[in-house]
Design a protein around this ligand. Structure first.
Ligand code: PEP
Ligand code: MG
Length: 589
């Protein structure tokens, strides 16, 4: 048995066989165990790939012969010979038949062994052949997968997805019912894949370093997304312990739903808790976890799910249905629809452009203001949906007041168009700004004058304040929501909202960490919004505290001052909660 520690990215527990999506950066390679009786079909698929690779190589040889010298051609002739090598091909076919694995797995295993053999040889000629093997392996894998094949091809039984990393669009394409959990080498707790896993209620552990090379397709692993561990080859005792955790987790979720509305304090005060929602992900879990509404509807997933632009009607139907669903969550339930937040790692083919530094590039509101027709289409769809429920509109990535002034003009123009056409919409639809860029946070007072509410996006705010990529596990230690600089800025934004009399929420995932989420509530945030699966935990902690307790809690980092580390603040806050919430450790598992 072996336990790997990673980042606790999406809470929950899962046990199941491994399905590996391995990529070399451009070609994602699935690895899986074949269904019984499919071996001969798989051998034929392998032979077809060898044929494709041969045709490619022959084409290269022919065109090189015309244009260049003999040496270049020799490399590819050598690849052709290796491709025809009966020993190599025989070994791949044997693996498929005897180990019942897909052709990609067999190729990877056989080529890894041959590489090791060549590497051990003293002769430089043979050592050089390692590079040829690499090349040939890549060619074969590309022929097998087809460059456009989905990463989950071959996923037939519910499995734990093990990958180097996955893009948001790869993740949304995965069949939800066949994904039990995620375990990835890279990634972080706020990467978009992580958020999607949370939204789908799928446990995930990221930042594991090299899990793809430690597991084999088909073997059973345990995933604990609450504590960030993956157990390989689990024994009976660890499975029992695991099942205990699963049971306690279920009890916390159930008790939270049976109790007072999410975010109710011990003295009856409240900091309502809403859910973040990705379109395309089932909404069932929201009610189950006690969400009071939808605090962040990430509209860009309508684009990511389709891989192209949805029409106004597509959008209208999605927003209207979400608004209707939200109305069932309670009389005061509202849905905050965020305008398209495309860019960064949220790439849509045909819409996104390659940029050297996409997180600082033409994304979100910048993109919308530069593509007015698209912006207007979305605003029309959102306004039309506002006739069907309490809809709020929110602009992402605001960095200066001009963006809000321009957006207000576009919105006014769209409203005039709807008026002229006699289309119903909510004339009082609140309009808010996300505060996730440092310039907007610093200039919060001027921003607050122009909007009806703030929602602080700590996922991005922390990344931009700390200059630490939210998705890069190698700088995860610098991604610090409790850094004194971040806390200073948070206080500044909350004060600005108070001063201008508008509500302020937090919709970044930091709110789902009990230590940090309770801190935002204590510092004066009006609403918390997070992945639904985390609501019961934060709600349980808040329900054991009074407003006076929260005031005392908010004073902790203030009294510690600025000359302290984020970790020191975090640990002091955590210790305070452990002391004042009698069953804290039990709640957070
Ligand atoms: C944020 O940045 O905190 C946020 C909620 O938006 P997203 O995670 O979608 O960038
Ligand atoms: Mg953001």
């Amino acid at each position: 048995m072996r336990s790997l520690q990673g980042l606790a990215t999406a809470r929950g527990f899962a046990v199941g066989p491994v399905f590996i999506c391995r990529g070399d950066g451009s070609v994602p390679v699935p690895e899986y165990v074949l269904e019984p009786g499919c071996e001969e079909e798989e051998v034929l698929r392998y032979r077809r790939a060898v044929g494709d690779a041969r045709r490619d190589l022959e084409g290269i040889v022919a065109s090189l012969k015309e244009r260049t010298g003999r040496d270049d051609v020799m490399v590819f002739e050598c690849h052709l010979m290796m491709l025809e090598d009966a020993e190599l091909s025989g070994a791949v076919e044997r693996r498929i038949r005897e180990e019942h694995v897909n052709a990609e797995s067999a190729v990877k295993r056989v080529y890894a062994e041959s590489r090791a053999k060549f590497e051990r040889m003293n002769d430089p000629y043979f050592r050089e052949r390692v590079r040829d093997l690499d090349d040939l392996e890549r060619r074969l894998l590309a022929a097998l997968t087809g460059f456009s094949a989905p990463v989950h091809r071959g996923l037939k039984v519910p499995s734990i997805i093990v990958a180097d990393d996955l893009t948001p669009s790869e993740t949304v394409q995965l069949p939800r019912d066949l994904v039990l959990g995620f375990a990835t080498n890279g990634g972080s707790t706020t990467s978009h894949v992580a958020l999607l896993a949370r939204a789908m209620g799928i446990p995930a552990v990221t930042g594991l370093g090299d899990i793809t090379s430690r597991v084999r397709a088909g073997e059973t692993v345990l995933i604990d997304g609450t504590n960030g561990t993956v157990t390989l080859h689990p024994d009976a005792a660890s499975i029992r312990e695991f099942m205990d955790l699963v049971e306690r987790d279920r009890e916390i979720s159930e008790s939270a739903v049976l109790g007072a509305p999410a975010g109710t304090l011990k003295d009856g005060g409240e900091v309502p808790i809403f859910a973040n929602l990705h379109p395309g992900v089932p909404v069932g879990g929201l009610r189950e976890h006690g969400a009071r509404g939808i605090g962040l509807y990430r509209s860009e997933y309508l684009w990511l799910n389709r891989g192209h632009e949805p029409t106004e009607e597509d959008q209208f139907r999605a927003y209207r249905d979400a608004a209707r669903f939200t109305a069932q969550l309670g009389d005061d339930a509202s849905i905050t629809i965020r305008a398209l937040d495309i860019g960064g790692d949220k790439i849509v083919r045909g819409i996104s452009h390659k940029e050297a530094n996409p997180f600082l590039g033409n994304r979100s509101i910048r993109y919308l203001l530069a593509n007015r027709d698209m912006f207007k289409t979305q605003l029309r769809a959102i306004l039309r949906a506002s006739a069907f429920g309490r809809v709020r509109l929110m602009y992402p990535m605001i960095s200066c007041v001009e963006e809000l002034d321009e957006s207000a003009e576009v919105l006014a123009e769209v409203k005039r168009g709807l008026d002229a056409a006699g289309v119903a919409y909510d004339r009082e639809m609140p309009v808010g700004a996300m505060i996730e860029v440092p310039s907007a946070a610093i200039n919060a007072d001027a921003i607050a004058k122009r909007v009806d509410f703030f929602s602080i996006g700590t996922n991005d705010l922390v990344q931009y304040v700390m200059a630490a990529d939210r998705g890069n596990e190698s700088v995860a230690s610098l991604y610090q929501p409790t850094n004194p600089a971040v806390l200073w800025l948070m206080r500044h934004v909350i004060d600005a909202a108070r001063h201008r009399g508008i509500k302020v929420g937090v919709c970044g995932e930091s709110a789902s960490d009990p230590v940090v989420g309770v801190l935002w509530a204590a510092m004066g945030v009006d609403i918390l919004s997070m992945s639904a699966t985390y609501i019961p935990v934060i709600s349980a902690v808040l329900s054991r505290l009074t407003r006076a307790d929260l005031d005392a809690y908010a004073r902790i980092p203030v009294e510690m001052g600025n000359d302290v580390t984020a970790r020191e603040i975090y640990d002091r806050c955590r210790a305070w909660l452990a002391e004042h919430v009698f069953d804290f450790e039990n709640i957070v598992l």
